[in-house]
Design a protein around this ligand. Structure first.
Ligand code: IMP
Length: 431
């Protein structure tokens, strides 16, 4: 395994942070290729909890190179806050083990403000964004009015580009949203200072990653969010603004598609979503609440309660197929202990018709109804189980049922937040 993609196969929050952390032990380079500080990867190491938003989880392992690729939208202040937080806790972060693409888009203060104002403007049609400026920054990238990290290192160039960008944003904030604009000189000074501090990390990361791979180094691509939040293939418009699966790697990391050798999807043993938008297997009832309480389902980035429901085999199958997954990792299996019955959405009803395939061509995904099948649950606590054969029969039956439904092998199970709380099933995980 010289290059491996790990992506969320649901609506994000699948527990990717822990799995990426485990796999990081076995690779040389860890690369983020999309998203920004809207992500929140929680990793527990030696009883200590780390929540990483922008920096790849490989930073917690000595000797790994961690790359923030060109496809990431970077809030420089947040990144420096994260760097400082890690340094304070004794984690080594320097220009050798953290690399930042000079071509990554910058998230400015005006992007964060516009994120909030646009959501307010949308009213009932709001997306429920994380408010981190992601959409407005990617919108500017597509409009070619955005600035990139490299621009922050060139004061005159930065001044010219920021002046033009802010003039338009100030007009929008003042005239459309009835808010005050931002002072150009102040913003320029803030972002040039941030750029100066980030300079030691900045480079041509695409070339660096390709060079490492060609020299035989093992590269792990760390997805943020999940396939159902992918801007092209997810539940548009209730999505994030990037390509979240394996499909985002070539553009977002500058890495050839044909060199992505292995791909693993990550899914919870049930399903959650934060923000607005279709969620066919949602249980907006006591069952959903029970899952939320058992799984402590609150957002790592915003603290919002997550919407909870049963495993949606239709959506996961779709995400795995889209990304060419070789296997699936199922997390939070322990959370389902104690449910008398466990259901899975195995098909959808779409306009009176039953379908097993995900209706990606449907305009109103909210009109889809999930059709469930159920199996008896188990009562035993799974958190101390480390071998597949030690799982209760009903838990094994559930895993094998999911495996049959999603069409790829389930290669690893996770039964708790700690690194060691895993049950291997084919995927080698160094310890
Ligand atoms: P944005 O990415 O902040 O623009 O938010 C767009 C949608 O993606 C909203 O529904 C967010 O809740 C969702 N989202 C963004 N990042 C994450 C994540 O890391 N986990 C789960 N949902 C996310």
């Amino acid at each position: 395994m010289s290059s491996v993609s790990v992506f969320g196969a649901q609506w994000g929050d699948e527990g990717k942070g822990k799995i990426i952390d485990l796999l990081s032990q076995d690779v040389d380079v860890v690369v983020r290729y999309q998203g920004g500080a809207n992500a929140g990867h929680t990793v527990v190491v030696g009883g200590q909890k780390y929540v990483l938003h922008l920096i790849p989880s490989g930073i917690l392992h000595a000797g790994r190179v961690n790359v923030i690729g060109n496809g990431v939208a970077v809030d420089p202040a947040k990144l420096l806050e994260e760097i400082d937080g890690l340094l304070e806790r004794g984690v080594e972060v320097n220009g050798e083990n953290l690399r930042l693409s000079s071509n990554a888009q910058v998230i400015f203060e005006h992007h964060k403000l516009m994120d909030r104002y646009s959501e307010r403007w949308r009213g009932d049609g709001r997306i429920g964004t994380t408010g981190r400026g992601i959409g407005p920054s990617y919108a500017d990238k597509a409009a070619r009015t955005g600035l990139r990290i490299g621009d922050l290192l060139e004061p005159d160039h930065c001044a010219n580009r920021l002046r033009a960008a802010l003039a338009e944003k100030n007009a929008l904030m003042e005239k459309v949203h009835g808010e005050s604009g931002l002072d150009f000189d102040e913003q320029l000074a803030i972002y040039l200072a941030l750029g100066k501090r980030l300079a030691p990390f900045v480079g041509d990361t695409g070339a660096e990653v390709r060079r490492a791979y060609n020299a035989g180094k093992r590269v792990l691509f760390e997805g943020a969010q999940g396939v159902m939040l992918d801007i092209d293939h997810g539940t548009y418009p209730f999505v994030t603004s990037s390509n979240t699966g394996t499909n985002g790697i070539p553009a977002g990391a500058g890495f050839p598609a044909k060199q992505i050798e292995t791909a693993y999807g990550i899914a919870k043993a049930y399903c959650t979503r934060v923000g607005e938008g279709p969620f066919p297997s949602e249980q907006a009832d006591p069952i959903g609440k029970r899952i939320r309480d058992a799984g402590n389902e609150y957002g790592a980035t915003t603290g919002r309660p997550r919407r909870c429901g049963w495993f949606d085999a239709v959506a996961v199958r779709y995400g795995l197929e889209l990304c060419g997954a070789d296997g699936l990792v199922v997390t939070n299996l322990d959370v389902l202990s104690g449910f008398e019955e466990i259901s899975v959405a195995t098909r959808y009803r779409v306009g009176g018709e039953e379908r097993e395939d995900y209706p990606a061509d449907l305009v109103d995904l909210g009109s889809v109804q999930a059709i469930y099948e159920s199996r008896p649950g188990w009562t035993e606590d799974l958190t101390a189980v480390r071998k597949y054969e030690d799982l209760p029969q009903r838990a094994r039956d559930y895993v094998e049922w999911l495996e049959q439904l999603v069409g790829v092998p389930i290669v690893l199970l996770s039964v708790g937040p700690d690194r060691e709380q895993v049950i291997p099933r084919g995927l080698f995980v160094a310890s």
